[in-house]
Design a protein around this ligand. Structure first.
Ligand SMILES: Nc1nc2c(ncn2[C@@H]2O[C@H](COP(=O)(O)OP(=O)(O)OP(=O)(O)O)[C@@H](O)[C@H]2O)c(=O)[nH]1
Ligand SMILES: [Mg+2]
Length: 311
């Protein structure tokens, strides 16, 4: 029997913020490689989740949601999702069932002009209960695909899935992986086949602390908060991890600390549980809250926190 050729490629997950891109990335890899939150703009940097099997390596690139800005942190987010659109062998677009018209209108331009093969996922179907509404979503997406096929001659077979990523759906996972593998070019693996992300444990830990902040702090505060690990060291068989939670205003400091330290305690407990699960070891975690006035608008801080373009 002829041996199957090895396939590899980069698959970018793109779409509006909060569409479920990071949820999809984690679901495909079956590991927590990217943080998930109910708030928008939770992903800040491109995150790679790597799926491996004997004959393929699919490098999923989870990107920030669509945003436009001329300067500061948000302009970095823009460059990250734009980069993900460009540097990919295949694009997976995500739209939200409960904002279908807005999201498809948004995605249309990127789909038409992208050179790579594209797939479309309509997520959050569980949020649409009404039968007529579901039929409307299906006919809207049919019309959308028809329009795309007419305009985009090199992408005749755009497949669409209607899913709820918050519910497990193994057959969808297998089908999506298979469809993407078929699209990808023959190529050796780009990364060691044992790893599932290009991030270090330390990077992941930093992101897990940021996720705890995103999920526990209310309103606008998480958008101007950054986490920096200052120490990640094994001392006598236990990891000692020190991290700074950096806010952009003095008034935010008290909110992050909370009454009698109650909020920072909650953030610590939540983060510790996530990091211990990842490391499968007990850790000692200490968090410090610091203020760097308007860091998200200052190039020196953006550079220090690695929120600057690499190319
Ligand atoms: N109801 C419902 N919620 C979902 C579904 N899929 C994801 N979510 C939730 O939607 C929120 C956003 O998910 P994320 O995966 O963080 O979205 P994202 O596209 O990565 O968002 P950004 O990184 O901010 O661009 C989270 O609270 C998820 O738990 C779904 O199928 N149904
Ligand atoms: Mg995300």
């Amino acid at each position: 029997m002829k041996e199957k050729k090895h396939k590899s490629g980069f698959v970018s997950l793109v779409g509006p913020s909060n569409a479920g891109k990071s949820t999809l990335c984690n679901f495909l890899i079956q590991e927590k490689v990217s943080i998930v939150s109910t708030k928008v703009q939770s992903t800040r940097q491109r995150v790679k989740g790597i799926y491996n099997d004997k004959n393929s390596q699919l490098v999923f690139v989870d990107a920030p949601g669509f945003i436009y800005a001329k300067k500061g942190l948000n302009s970095f987010l823009q460059s990250e999702w734009e980069g993900a659109l460009k540097d990919a062998d295949c694009l997976v677009f995500l739209a939200r069932a409960n904002h279908i018209k807005k999201d498809l209108d948004y995605i249309e331009n990127f789909l038409i002009y992208s050179k790579q093969p594209c797939l479309l996922i309509i997520n959050k179907m569980d949020l649409v209960k009404d039968k007529d509404k579901i039929l409307e979503i299906q006919s809207m997406s049919d019309l959308f695909i028809k329009k795309i096929k007419e305009k985009k001659t090199d992408n005749k077979d755009i497949k669409t899935w209607f899913v709820s990523l918050s519910k497990d759906n193994d057959s969808f996972r297998e089908e999506l992986l298979k469809n993407i593998t078929n699209i990808l070019p023959e190529s050796p693996a780009f990364y060691d086949k044992e790893i599932y992300t290009s991030q270090s444990m330390r990077d992941l830990g930093q992101e897990y602390i940021r996720e705890s902040c995103f999920n526990l702090l209310s309103q606008e505060l998480p958008y101007s908060l950054v986490v920096q690990i200052r120490k990640w060291q094994k001392v006598k068989s236990i990891y000692h991890i020190y991290a700074d939670l950096i806010v952009s205003r003095e008034s935010h400091k008290g909110i992050v600390v909370g009454k009698n330290g109650s909020m920072i305690k909650k953030i610590g407990q939540n983060s510790r549980a996530l990091i211990e699960k990842m490391l499968d070891e007990k850790i000692f975690l200490k968090l410090f809250v610091k203020v760097r006035e308007d860091w998200e608008d200052q190039d020196s801080f953006l550079k220090e926190y690695k929120y600057t373009q690499t190319k």
